[in-house]
Design a protein around this ligand. Structure first.
Ligand SMILES: Nc1ncnc2c1ncn2[C@@H]1O[C@H](COP(=O)(O)OP(=O)(O)OP(=O)(O)O)[C@@H](O)[C@H]1O
Length: 323
């Protein structure tokens, strides 16, 4: 499979509406390997749809870097943009009415994409359509129109249609938003199968907590920036049972910036400025400033500005020298 990687660095998207600027993305970082499947979560208004719109080639960033499947989405112009949308990305929306034409059957919806994209040789198209529907466990609705399908079948067919142009990247915006829990799990499992069997890089925007069962990485956006990532892995315990573990990390950008989790900020009433201390193996963040907890000792007080503290690291080095 050719390059299906996604690289966003310092991605900015500013909208101007009635003279007011809205910074939907404020220096977002995201890297995905070819063939990876990642969930993107975040509160309403955090910038998820804006990011998907840019990755889909429907919108352009204001600044920063965005590269997908070898295309530079910042500089990409007319013909390349059209080519990119037709052949490099597949998109699944929450509402199946946006994914499927209502007067065509599942098979015909796929055929139409084959016709427009021109990626699959004509002689192979019929079989390619059947293979896709079977991969998505939707073979039995091949001749049905969307109105004759259940919600889950419609979304599985929508995924098949999104894959008909053999994209390198599949983007999905709340694909299970209109489904019940059981059907959502089936649709997410279908996306996992597609990702595993076809190696398509897959990014799913979702509020669905059940997605954690299907992805090894969840990226959380806050205020237009990548705030945290949760990495999951499966280990084997002493009794030979598979145990799934998850660890949440803050995301550090190339300039060393990161966001503190909102609950940490609230718990310690952090605001305005904090004190950073470099310890031997970690960085300590403490409330700072006059009148706050952990203000400098009287012994430290002088007119000279203090640099960020390195005390612990230096102390431990000196201890080492002495011994
Ligand atoms: N075309 C636009 N014009 C002006 N502001 C916009 C536009 N599109 C998005 N915004 C603003 O950008 C911010 C991010 O919106 P976005 O739709 O990307 O968030 P989201 O995380 O997808 O939210 P939701 O989960 O509700 O879909 C919001 O403040 C939104 O109002």
């Amino acid at each position: 499979m050719t390059d299906g990687a996604i690289v966003c660095e310092g991605l900015v998207r500013i909208f101007t509406a009635q003279g007011v600027e809205v910074q939907a993305l404020q220096g977002l970082e995201l890297r995905m390997r070819t063939g990876e499947m990642v969930a993107l979560v975040g509160a309403s208004g955090s910038g998820k749809s804006t990011l998907l719109g840019i990755l889909a080639g429907l919108d352009q960033p204001t600044a920063g870097t965005a590269r997908v499947a070898g295309h530079d989405l910042v500089t990409m112009k007319g013909a390349e943009r059209l080519e990119y949308r037709r052949r490099s990305v597949g998109f699944v929306w929450q509402q199946s009415a946006r994914n499927l034409l209502p007067y065509l059957s599942a098979k015909e919806n796929i055929e139409m994409v084959h016709e427009v994209a021109g990626v699959v040789p004509r002689a192979e198209r019929a079989q390619a359509g059947i293979d896709l529907l079977e991969l998505l466990d939707a073979g039995e609705v091949a001749d049905k129109r969307p109105a004759e399908m259940s919600g889950g079948q419609r979304q599985r067919v929508s995924i098949a249609v999104a894959l008909a142009n053999r994209p390198r990247v599949l983007l999905a915006d709340e694909p299970t938003g209109e489904l019940d829990e059981h059907t959502s799990a089936e649709v997410l499992a279908a996306m996992e199968t597609v990702n595993r069997e076809r190696g398509v890089t897959t990014l799913i925007v979702t509020h669905d907590a059940g997605v954690s069962e299907h992805v090894e990485r969840t990226v959380r956006i806050r205020d237009g920036r990548t705030a945290t990532e949760t990495l999951r892995s499966t280990a084997t315990d002493d009794d030979g049972r598979a145990v799934r573990t998850a660890q949440e990390y803050a995301v550090l950008d190339r300039a060393g910036r990161m966001q503190l989790p909102a609950e940490f900020v609230t718990e310690l009433d952090l605001r305005d400025r904090v004190r950073l201390t470099l310890e031997p193996d970690h960085v300590r963040v403490a409330p700072g400033g006059p009148g706050r907890r952990d203000t400098p000792d009287a012994a430290d007080a002088s007119d000279a500005p203090k640099p960020l503290t390195r005390r612990a690291a230096r102390t431990s080095r000196r201890d080492g020298e002495r011994s």
